[in-house]
Design a protein. Structure first.
Length: 166
């Protein structure tokens, strides 16, 4: 026997201010320039160089002024001495709609919160790619996107704070 919910028991889900509409690999490159020596040769753990950046742009849409594309740009290079063991480059994108958030707050949401939400997928793609290239998985540590944002836009943030005080 099933119970029916009365209208009082049914709740309408609140609107979510951030809606990730799509996620996709925009560009993926894996280079293994010294194979098979880089795979079978010893030499210990390679040195890793990791660079991560974020970009966001508004997507022009007739009926929406809150549609954006956010792209995480990642480049990981493993080296032993001067020899490149492998290199992974990934551009991972997300199409996002933002509502109920003031326009002046969109920028930090796009470059902090969205990367934080999609980074687990970036991490998995990089790990899978290095395994398919013949190496152990490259397991990326969590990234503090807020610290990256603060570092990248430090001058603009300080200028805005000075303007607000005056």
């Amino acid at each position: 026997m099933s119970e029916e919910n009365s209208p009082e028991q049914q709740q309408i889900a609140p609107d979510v201010p951030i809606n990730i509409l799509t996620q996709y690999v925009r560009d993926l490159s894996f280079e293994n320039p010294n194979a098979p020596q880089s795979i079978i040769g010893g030499g210990g753990q390679p040195d890793m160089d990791l660079n991560i950046g974020m970009d966001a742009r508004k997507i022009p849409e007739e009926d929406s002024d809150s549609l954006y594309e956010v792209v995480i740009n990642l480049k990981a290079t493993a080296k032993r001495g001067e020899d490149v063991v492998f290199m992974v480059e990934l551009q991972y994108g997300a199409t996002v709609e933002i509502s109920q958030i003031p326009q002046e707050n969109h920028h930090p949401v796009l470059l902090i919160e969205i990367p934080r939400l999609v980074f687990p997928y970036v991490r998995q793609i990089v790990s899978d790619t290095t395994v398919r290239g013949g190496f152990p998985p490259l397991l990326l540590n969590p990234v503090d996107f807020q610290a990256l944002y603060m570092e990248r836009f430090k001058d603009e943030i300080e200028a805005a704070q000075k303007t607000a005080v005056n």
